[in-house]
Design a protein around this ligand. Structure first.
Ligand code: PLP
Length: 477
């Protein structure tokens, strides 16, 4: 494809995307295909000669679209939102065209520098203390590919710091022996990526019981630490969650932070979904205790209109992170290494996309006020949905509705709610996923679509309410 064809096809693609977005409601939110469907529709070998562009696009509609779950659909209420906006899509196009691989400052200075500027903007927008800002030269922020990566990287930095400290105290003890004594903590409601980070890092991850408000408390953590110290273990890392995946509950950061400080433990805070809401001052009270944190992450690619991938992470002390992750072959060194930031020392991959561009485009075009309006509207709609559920005596709302997620169930045995969710998803009228809160099976209703409105909420509730009647009748007959 040459530049003149690119101009033509590019314009057509923009039209295709705009049509897709504008007419997405006319598609079925989840596909009806079976595993392996696509293999039957496509040749089993790559073409020897290039296919015509129009044939490729024809196959997008014929073969790909029927297998798409439409995350931007107004009837999509599963998981959490997948960030999406036109400024973000366009910025990613530009990033793809520039095509730089910004692993070090020298590998593309603007790529690194824009990331530090925008991460400072974002830190100020959500109320992170100055110690986390690049501007102050001690901490700083970085973009990773996922929240899972952020948690893993911070756990690895904490593990490295803990083992280095122990090695100084006990120089003749093998590192493997020291590692076997380390223990980390999180709530039972922490995302599964925390357990996975423990698996990968070979450290014990103890999952602690949250209280009746589904919040992990300082006293629970303190008890676990005391028990483990008595057994000769060495507590070194806590992952607190602000906005749990199952129910969007909040651990008590202030209490956990005080315990971590007293016990010399690295405190990481995972706010993958809820972090975006801290742009609104009325939610920042949930960050109380953040001054104790060593590291923090959230996903603008969930709830801040930025397309995947864009997970932002900050550390209080960049040296500790870099020490854990630095490997420095000659071919990656450059003459500004002493003054400039090389993000290759802040994460796992070497190669990095120019992701700060889309964050910058989104923040600049919406402005803080535009982003606040978007978040507040989602929270208002969640409250509206909660009100409808609460008016129906057959249902109960589980947990506190604080942001854009409502968890509810049919009263009585779990199988009633399971049957309801299965019926709804099979109908293709809405898409939602379940969670377990203690032993209760709940349906998670997340506000996801960028321009979700009152009619969408009323439509969803009418579908749910009607199907609830069918399920209850079927259970009783
Ligand atoms: N942490 C929390 C609280 C989440 O809700 C999620 C995903 O929903 C994750 C971590 C994992 O996010 P990612 O897919 O970016 O790894």
């Amino acid at each position: 494809m040459d530049a003149s064809e690119f101009r033509k096809r590019g314009k057509e693609m923009v039209d295709y995307i705009a049509d897709y977005m504008e007419n997405i409601h006319s598609r079925r939110v989840i596909p009806e295909v079976q595993p392996g469907y696509l293999r039957e529709m496509l040749p089993n070998k790559a073409p020897r000669k290039g296919d015509a562009w129009k044939d490729v696009m024809k196959d997008v509609e014929r073969a790909v679209m029927p297998g798409i779950t439409h995350w931007q659909h107004p009837r999509f209420h599963a998981y959490f939102p997948a960030g999406n906006s036109y400024p973000s899509i366009l910025a990613d196009m530009l990033s793809d065209a520039i095509g730089c691989i910004g692993f070090s400052w020298a590998a593309s200075p603007a790529c690194t520098e824009l990331e530090t500027v925008v991460l400072d903007w974002l830190a100020k927008m959500i109320g992170l203390p100055p110690v986390f800002w690049h501007e102050h030269g001690i901490g700083g922020g970085v973009i990773q590919g996922s929240a899972s990566e952020c948690v893993l990287v911070c756990l690895m930095a904490a593990r490295h710091a803990a083992i280095t400290e122990l090695k100084n105290k006990f120089p003749f003890v093998e590192e493997g022996v020291l590692l076997s004594r380390l223990v980390a903590y999180c709530s039972k409601l922490a995302h599964s990526c925390v357990e996975k980070a423990g698996m990968i890092s070979l450290v014990k991850m103890r999952e602690l019981e949250p209280d009746e408000s589904l919040s992990l408390r300082g006293s629970t953590l303190q008890r676990a630490i005391d028990e483990d110290r008595k057994m000769g273990l060495i507590p070194f890392f806590v992952c607190a969650t602000l906005g749990t995946t199952a129910v969007c509950s909040f651990d008590n950061l202030n209490e956990l932070g005080a315990v971590c400080e007293k016990e010399n433990i690295w405190l990481h805070v995972d706010a993958a979904y809820a972090g975006s809401a801290f742009i609104c001052p009325e939610f920042q009270h949930l960050l109380k205790g953040i001054e104790y944190a060593n590291s923090f992450n959230f996903n603008p690619s969930k709830w801040m209109l930025v397309n995947f991938d864009c997970s932002t992470m900050w550390v209080r002390d960049r040296k500790v992170l870099q020490t854990a992750l630095t490997v420095d072959p000659l071919y990656l060194q450059h003459s500004h290494s002493d003054k400039a930031i090389d993000f290759r020392h802040w994460g796992i991959p070497l190669s990095r996309r120019f992701r700060s561009l889309k964050l910058w485009f989104v923040i600049r075009t919406y402005g803080i006020e535009g982003l606040q309006k978007y978040i507040r509207e989602h929270c208002r709609l969640a409250k509206k949905f909660e009100g409808l559920v609460r008016k129906d005596s057959r249902c109960e709302v589980m947990g506190k509705v604080q942001m854009g997620l409502v968890c509810f169930r049919l009263r009585g045995h779990n199988y009633r709610t399971q049957m309801l969710l299965r019926a709804i998803n099979m109908s293709g009228k809405l898409h939602m996923v379940p969670a377990l809160i203690h032993d209760d099976y709940v349906i998670r209703f997340a506000i996801c679509a960028q321009n979700a409105n009152d009619d969408d909420i009323i439509y969803a509730w009418n579908v749910i309410s009607e199907m609830a009647s069918d399920v209850i009748n079927a259970c009783e007959s």
